[in-house]
Design a protein around this ligand. Structure first.
Ligand code: SF4
Length: 247
């Protein structure tokens, strides 16, 4: 595929849910990973693809550094700067946004483990539905549960990762970045998308899993608090426009 057919850097603004993305044909990451992975026949093929993609990533990094006039060797040798970056990342992992989102990850993990039986029951019933066995209205409810759990699973850890990244990238570097269109807003916005989609998913479960009402309300509260914290820390986040996705 011709490089010109890709939208440069679009994969920096998405939630990585390629199966649900409208831009797969324009995305270099999708092209380089998913298409090749689907064609891989064995472990050796996978290993080759991963190694090839790492080399490509290195190539892109070197080109980017050259464009910006950054000497990568200097960076590698700059112990002080490396230590500061490392410390900043460690601090970001302890930020209240990181703490709160990790609490959410753990609570959801525990609940999913405890509710393994729900998962099994859901799978069996879905198989029966696929076989055409009449199951009253349960098919619709089960599909809704499955969809909600998919969404919750998808964003559960991503919210945390993006919030740590937002804190770690703050403040922006005025030499390379805009006051609004910058990395911390990009990460915070993707985290917000995850939070909002997860809240909708929990809300749909609230109707369907009456026995878990208290737990679900607790997670909705976690996510609402996270949302408030995101706006408090990044009050201009809504002004950030994800190229192509928000156009
Ligand atoms: S832009 Fe779309 S296709 Fe590309 S990595 Fe993101 S979700 Fe996947």
């Amino acid at each position: 595929m011709d490089d010109k057919q890709f939208i440069p850097g679009i994969y920096n603004y998405c939630d990585r849910w390629c199966e649900r993305c409208d831009f797969t044909q324009k995305c270099r990451v999708f092209h380089d990973t998913h298409k090749e992975m689907n064609q891989a026949e064995d472990k050796e093929d996978f290993a080759k693809i991963i190694s090839k993609n790492l080399n490509k990533a290195m190539e892109m990094l070197i080109n980017f550094a050259e464009e910006k006039g950054i000497d990568l060797d200097d960076i590698q040798n700059d112990d002080q700067s490396y230590k500061e970056e490392k410390q900043k990342f460690e601090d970001a992992k302890k930020h209240p946004l990181a703490d709160k989102s990790m609490q959410y990850v753990n609570a959801v993990d525990d609940w999913l483990k405890e509710n393994n039986s729900l998962d099994k029951k859901q799978k069996t019933l879905l198989e029966n539905i696929d076989l055409g066995i009449h199951l009253d209205d349960t098919d619709k409810a089960l599909r809704e549960i499955e969809e909600a759990l998919n969404i919750i699973n998808w964003y559960q850890f991503q919210i945390h990762v993006k919030l740590v990244s937002a804190v770690n990238s703050y403040p922006h570097d005025p030499e390379f970045e805009d006051t609004i269109q910058n990395r911390h807003h990009s990460s915070a916005k993707i985290a917000l998308i995850g939070i909002e989609n997860s809240m909708k998913a929990w809300q749909s479960l609230l109707e369907l899993l009456k026995d878990d009402e208290d737990f679900i309300l607790g997670r909705l509260m976690d996510l609402q608090q996270l949302k408030t914290m995101v706006y408090k820390n990044f009050p201009q986040v809504d002004k950030f426009k994800r190229p192509y996705f928000d156009d």
